[in-house]
Design a protein around this ligand. Sequence first.
Ligand code: NAP
Length: 301
Amino acid sequence: MYDIVVIGGGPAGLTAAIYACRAGKSVLVIEKNAFGGQITWSPRVENFPGYLSITGAELGDKLLEQAMEQGGEVELEEVTGIAPLDGVWQIVCESGATFTAGAVILAAGAKPRMLGIEREEELVGSGVCYCAVCDGAFYAGKPVAVCGGGNSALQDALLLSERCSKVFLVHRRDSFRGEQKLVDALKKRENVEFVLNAQIKALLGEEEVSGLLVSQNGAERALAVEGVFVAIGHQPDLGVFAPYLTLSDAGYAASDERCLTPTPGLFVAGDCREKQVRQLTTATADGAVAAVAALSYLEKH
Ligand code: NAP
């Protein structure tokens, strides 16, 4: 049995593990995809204090190394259920593996939001992508589109403009939510075209994407692209934990500023938590706060 099991190995979960380990607790971090979480796919991070510039993958590796160095154990597993039984949490994984813990910190992050248009799911991997770092190389020398107006979309467009023949940046408004510095860098790229006040209505092509139908300022326009990179934010995926949480309409876990949930012994941290600002810095801050709350809970039980 562990003192604390952390579900999710992104910046929030790994920071929680660092704090709990340093308090002398036994800690297991369970991650289903890649340790480091979403930031792993960010080509360059320039807003994490202490680093002028670092790749997301390198930062993720450093966080993992730090958590393990402090004594944290890690497992690559998908958690399919949790349940409190006589004051001990049972954590069940898809493989059949089970773990027990005195407290659980839920730092499960969020998954990419989909456009929700016809054939989007069918064409994933055949022109529809959600990660420019992972899939960009497949589109070298080809025209592509990026959809979104946040930092992810702007960074994806910058990255893709280095290897694709043309990048259409399709955004539903006329101004961007992402950093002006990134917008300015994109404006200097000759192969980048902003398609503003525009929504993607349809994916063209039979077995592979060959274009997009976009509605822009009331008119329809076809964009000839071989790939579309959807970067319109993320949404939490807390379904299996729902019985122990209060979820907002958007599916985020409500908590107070101590990262407590309505269920004793269950704490929530990072992007899956209902809050205003979802950044690396706020994720790591949550991890520390949730760990301290879990330590205080364990002391009393
Ligand atoms: P985001 O900031 O939430 O931006 C999502 C974008 O997608 C917005 O421009 C939004 O439009 C648009 N959008 C949402 N739903 C849409 C839909 N159904 N159809 C079309 N467009 C839609 O998400 P993000 O860019 O993934 O960033 C998430 C967080 O991570 C942000 O806080 C960001 O700053 C941070 N981040 C940081 C770094 C870094 O380097 N440190 C890198 C990437 C991301 P509206 O603007 O009209 O709402």
